[in-house]
Design a protein around this ligand. Sequence first.
Ligand SMILES: [Zn+2]
Length: 184
Amino acid sequence: MTKLIARLILAMLTLPLAGTVFLMTFLPLAVTSTTGGPDALAAFYTWLSTYTFVVIYWYFIWRDGIAWTRQRRDGTIIAAAAGACASVAAFTLLRAAVPQFDPIGCVFFSGGLAPIVFVTTTVILWRETSEERAARLAARGVEIISCLACGYNLTGLKTAQCPECGAEYTLDVLLAGQRPEAEI
Ligand SMILES: [Zn+2]
């Protein structure tokens, strides 16, 4: 299994795992509630722990595969804060717009916004730019295509014939014969 496949599987598990954290936090809080039932504060703590879990889990899945520029580093912190702010704003709006709506319902409803905002923002933020991709491949020596007979650099040529020694190839043979430098 490649690293990427492992990451994708772990990423797919974010939702069920977050759901587990949600229930594991909410149920004990609801049971031990002094008011005899779940209250808005229990709902808030539930979302707080769930959101904290999502932020940390999501970060640890992807952190090794991200080119950490200052912009990405700062952006990630802002994204985490923006998610929390989005939830607080949604809660405030919901309470103001529908005062008869149960506060616990408002917390549950608006709390879901935080992980969505965070994950969506980081997906955009952490994505590799085409320049970064080109630099990454170049660093691995992938872009250098050389003649199998004499080693002449054929990069950029429009034919699969070596101008140095005249050897002619089909594209599949030429590509199959390339030995990229050892991957790190
Ligand atoms: Zn050649």
